[in-house]
Design a protein around this ligand. Structure first.
Ligand code: F6P
Length: 554
């Protein structure tokens, strides 16, 4: 911890104080006013990189606000922090690790040494092994124990070992071979395992056990169930070799579990779990979409890395999104941030971002361990449009809470269907455009009255507007586009972590619940117990035991 460059707490920073005044200056100024005052506003407040166009003009800012935000980024030494991450400095201070998910997508001809080891060579060695294995399975050269072709891929993992590959598999489904049934089992709830395996011919099934640590309770419990299923199906331990592979950084634990090293794909402690689907944790994805499309995904990630690394702050997409997010979070009291993809294939993207963002920046002390006296990471949530419009958009339009939102859309669909003369995609995207327009500019009392609305209904039909949004627009949801989008958010989260001065790369907050659950497990089935929890927890456990027909003696 000695090397931490001490940063003052945010409220002590001059630019932060100036931003508080800036917020007060703009109170009462509407987006209608801001657009009327500046004809070139949309052009001025838009930027692009790695195939993503960002229009951020529908935000409650003007040039002065933005320039103060960029000054704040410089005051927090963002360019230096960014370079340190790319170079492999051990910026994950509490775990003493480098943070190098960006190395997972460096081209083969690059070199990056960490502790004397060229990590790019290591990365490409594993990628090559993954490619060979994926090709074998896809071509029917890797067969099951009884010689059947593999047709089912079951990923067992949780958190980053589930959400990443699952999100990307769903996002790139139109690129995946439809010859495979691909399933993801994560929850320790037996229902997840039962429902995802009940209809599978195990002789045609490959289980991929993904766990960075290979100690995670949920994953190991599900992996044991899968192992028992395979052994009992074939009545032979020998079948395990053909029906299991593991992805982990913990070789010893994998071997102890009974998976041989030749059936294991490794990665490194400098890849955080929530950044790991770009490593071997993405094996199920590579099997589904094929190694070439996986390479395209990596090139999209790398292109956004390069944009983030080299573009001036004022044109830098992750930096712009991060600064705007901080402005609402810290000065407008916005507790949450919505991510609204107008693409059904991105249905798991908000869930994936929840881990990426909330596990990274849901922190209450600075990197140096001091309690913060300002807000840090927001609550991330969202659903695809237009479904969300018929559920929660009401609150965003007319509720009392400010919910800044990112709208994500594409010009071309993978499924260009028509409803009569209207293309479904135009219907979808008309809503994408209309929503940010309605949120920004609303509908005034005068406009509502001018429509001849009954007097008592007027207040109900007024839309206040001034609901800030970012619009992200891309050509099509390709592997490259998904890579660029993922890296955009990875770097946004990084930038915010730097500004808030938190360690975005540990997750101690998940530990306590794990330990307590471990203590409770035996109490739930023991013949008799002497519960020593608080009154509420004791009562609940007693109730549970009673419902399960166990005597209650405490
Ligand atoms: O929930 C905590 C966490 O450590 C996540 O950060 C991680 O993605 C997940 O558990 C799974 O961990 P592992 O890949 O080691 O099983």
């Amino acid at each position: 911890m000695a090397n931490i460059e001490a940063l003052p707490l945010l409220p002590q920073v001059a630019q932060y104080q100036a931003l508080a005044a800036e917020k007060a200056r703009l109170d009462g100024v509407s987006l209608r006013d801001l657009f009327a005052a500046d004809q070139g506003r949309a052009t001025k407040f838009s930027a692009s990189g790695a195939g993503i166009f960002l229009d951020y003009s529908k935000n409650l800012v003007d040039e002065r606000t933005m320039s103060l935000l960029f000054e704040l980024a410089r005051a927090r030494r963002l360019p230096e922090a960014r370079d340190a991450m790319f170079e492999g400095a051990k910026i994950n201070l509490t775990e003493g690790r480098s943070v190098l998910h960006t190395a997972l997508r460096l081209p083969k001809n690059k070199k990056l040494e960490v502790d004397g080891q060229d990590v790019v060579r290591d990365v490409h060695e594993v990628l090559e092994r993954m490619r060979i294995f994926a090709d074998k399975v896809r071509k029917g050269e890797h067969l099951g124990h009884t010689g059947k072709r593999i047709k089912n891929i079951v990923n067992i993992g949780i958190g980053g070992s589930d959400l990443g590959p699952l999100m990307a598999y769903e996002a790139l489904k139109s690129y995946s071979t439809r010859e495979f049934t691909v399933r993801f089992i994560s929850n320790v709830d037996g229902t997840d395992f039962a429902e995802n395996t009940r209809d599978l011919d195990i002789a045609e099934t490959l289980f991929i056990v993904c766990s960075k640590t290979f100690t995670t309770l949920e994953t190991l419990a599900n992996a044991r169930l899968a192992r028992e299923l395979v052994v009992s199906w074939f009545e032979s331990e020998d079948a395990v070799g053909k029906h299991f592979v593991a992805v982990s950084t913990n070789r010893d634990a994998v071997v102890k579990f009974g998976i041989q090293p030749e059936n294991m794909f490794g990665f490194w402690d400098w890849v955080g779990g929530r950044y790991s689907f770009e490593s071997a944790i993405g094996l199920s994805l590579m099997l589904a979409i094929g190694p070439d499309h996986f390479d395209e995904l990596l090139s999209g990630l790398h292109d956004m890395d390069e944009h983030f690394r080299t573009a001036p702050l004022e044109e830098n997409l992750p930096v712009i999104l991060a600064l705007l997010g901080l402005y609402y979070n810290n000065f407008h009291g916005a507790a949450s941030h919505a991510v609204l993809p107008y693409d059904q294939y991105l249905k798991r993207f908000p869930a994936y971002l929840q881990q990426l963002d909330m596990e990274s920046n849901g922190k209450r002390v600075t990197r140096g361990g001091q309690a913060v006296n300002y807000e840090t990471g927001p609550i991330i949530w969202g659903e695809p449009g237009t479904n969300g419009q018929h559920a929660f958009y009401q609150l965003i339009h007319q509720g009392t809470k400010l919910v800044p939102a990112d709208f994500i859309g594409f010009a071309r669909s993978h499924n260009p269907l028509s409803d009569g003369d209207t293309t479904m995609h135009d219907l979808l995207m008309a809503n994408y455009f209309a929503q940010t327009e309605a949120l920004a500019f609303g509908k005034t009392e005068e406009e509502v009255k001018a429509e001849g609305t009954r007097a008592d209904l007027v207040p109900h039909r007024v839309f206040p507007g001034n609901r800030p949004t970012n619009s992200l627009l891309m050509e099509r949801l390709t592997p490259h586009a998904l890579g660029a989008l993922v890296a955009l958010y990875e770097h946004k989260v990084f930038v915010q972590g730097v500004l808030w001065d938190v360690n975005s790369f540990d997750q101690w907050g998940v530990e306590l619940g794990k330990v307590l659950a471990g203590r409770i497990v035996p109490e739930l089935s023991a013949k008799s117990v002497d519960l020593k929890h608080d009154g509420s927890t004791n009562l609940l456990i007693q109730r549970y035991r009673k419902l399960r027909g166990l005597s209650d003696e405490s």
